[in-house]
Design a protein around this ligand. Sequence first.
Ligand code: C2E
Ligand code: CA
Ligand code: CA
Length: 732
Amino acid sequence: MKLFPEASRGLANRIGIFVLLGILLLYLAVGISLDSIKRQVNHQAEIDSVQEVSQSFNSLQDQVRQFARDYNNWGDVYLAIINNDIDFISDNYGITAVNGDMFDGAVIYDGMLADPLAWVSNGTRAPQKSSLSISTLEQIRIGVDKLPKEGRATFDFAIINDNKLQLGSASRILPDTAEALSFVIPENLSIGVILRTITNEQISYIARNSNVTDLQITQVEKQSKTVMPIIGVDGTAFAYFHWLPPRPGSELLGLIAPIIGVIFVVIGSFGIGGARLLRNHAKSLALREEEASRLARSDTLTGLPNRLALKEYGERLDAKGTDDYAVILLDINNFKKVNDLAGHQGGDELIKDFSKKLRESVDSQIFIARVGGDEFVAVVKDSTHITELARHTVNIFMKATELCFNYHGLQFPIKSSYGIATKTVTSVAFDDLLGDADRAMYVSKNGTGNQVTIYNTDLDAKYAAERKIEEALRVAIGSPDELYMLYQPIVDARTMKLHSVEALARWNSSSLGPISPSVFIAIAEKSGLMVELGWVLLKKTLSDMQHREDLRVNINISPLQLLAPEFIPTLRCLLIEYEISPTRVEIELTENVFVSSCDIVRSQLHQLREIGITTALDDFGTGFSSIGYLQTMPFDTLKIDRSFVSGLGDNETLGNILRSIVSLGRTLGKSITAEGVETLYEAEILADAGCHYLQGYLFSRPQPLDQVLRPGADILPSSEPCVWRLRHALAG
Ligand code: C2E
Ligand code: CA
Ligand code: CA
């Protein structure tokens, strides 16, 4: 029965998936971290590159500023402007621009000059027309005007001139001494502009110096590249440095990527291997758990579901609210006997064999569990004719299991008692039905086997009463004062003198009052108390008989007692203990003991005979055994059942049957006793038919031993003429 396999296997797979997911997450985390580090390093390098490009650029600007400071704070030039000495200015100021050594452009304008003077590298010594437009000069003026009046600050800028980037630095042209400075008239001061063209070599130098590549100057800002704006004369960006910044993060990653790749592969293979191991381990754990759960729910001997499985099955039915099902409880009759005679191994074999037949006889839809040593429960469902279906199933069970069980030459005919409870009321729970089936089965136990009882509420009272008796009997066996024996005389049919007595048990329960032996013997047999009770009664009988050495006694023994292997040895010991000669004892056995286990019974009877104990077949005629069959049984006496005797008065056929039984019995060499003789008429016929002994109320009811007469005493007390007639008839 599979209970949790899917869940267990799912767990194993989930553990494997979790481990793999864990590894993937680790990969992802390491990947993300590396990428983040790469980005940060690259970003920092980008920021650094902006700083370095602007530093390199500023150092060029610084140089231009330095030239402007030198040339614009020159007293002679300042005076030459005032004196309009253009030659001097050209020879000293402009010539440097013309030579192009330090800077390659210069412009002087404003102040005392009517027009701007300008020089360019490789140009003429004489000033030329300014390369800077009027508006540019105008903006430079604005920039210079904003400079602090004191001090020698410069206004620095960049422009595109003639398609080339030029750095410029402008300031007022001032006398170089502080003393002369105090005499200047600000309005008369000219502005000197120093310009220097940025060459391609210088751009390469900036790129090298800043460790960037592809450094370019463009007039539009490109989004993709790193950028530094170049500020023009009006204070706004008019061009941009663009470059590719160094990417140390990417380079680093490129270097360590193979190593990390190798580490990933190693972790991955370990991880996958580990996940596999874990999954396999979890799988085997799950399988073991599944197996343990299966074992916990199945009977070790038969492999059928056990009591726990039945309980869970019932709970599922209850939970689903299933209707229309029936619980069948079956119990093998006298299983204990098999255990006693064939040993536990034999008992186990029988149970295995029985279970197999039971299971194979019906569809697997029918749930069958072993719930006790010899108890089984079957549940049939899904039918509107549920009671019929249950009966039908029981018939199949009976047919399947009725064959004799063979064990090392011993033959055990197998019969069971069945109880059926069907679910007709929705509110009834499975457990209650099981209880009902049990009560019904208990009733079936009264029969000789293969009896079926369908539960109805009337059984409850009967069951309860029987259980009460069973409980009281347990107490009585423990403290046997409540139990005692009465003795009924058996008379010689020819002489009407006492021949022997039959010991009959009586129980006066302290809690329930007197209870008939037919009731409590049956209950003892059903509830497993019989063997114990049997010994108690036997000891009482033997103890009574110690004081009546003259008497022979018939002792009733239940088949369950006889079949217990220790029966004969114990009986022998007791006879010795109570000093009773075995020849004084006859054991009465009912017929059903011969029907089942005949081989064993035959051997037991032989053993009893060897000891000197005779045996009687009790209640003959109520069972199934034929005379022929009984011929093979070594018992000494045949006790004809009361039912044959009490009908004799008005049934001629019965009389004929009786006569033929008696004559056959006599032919077989048995002595014949008739029980239940109540009238003289019956006694007459029985004696006439050839019965050796008679027993019945006519002669005496069962009585305390001290009231029983001596053997040989006349036992017929009443009407003399009848006695006379009887004796006469017999004598004839
Ligand atoms: P049984 O062995 O067939 O015993 C004979 C029964 O018939 C006794 O019933 C007895 O009282 C009754 N009886 C005798 N003469 C007459 C008669 O003329 N008319 C009628 N109607 N009945 C008569 P009892 O004592 O009630 O015992 C019933 C059964 O209980 C016995 O039937 C026997 O099977 C069982 N039993 C009694 N004592 C013992 C015992 O010590 N051991 C065992 N194993 N069974 C016992
Ligand atoms: Ca008897
Ligand atoms: Ca009897």
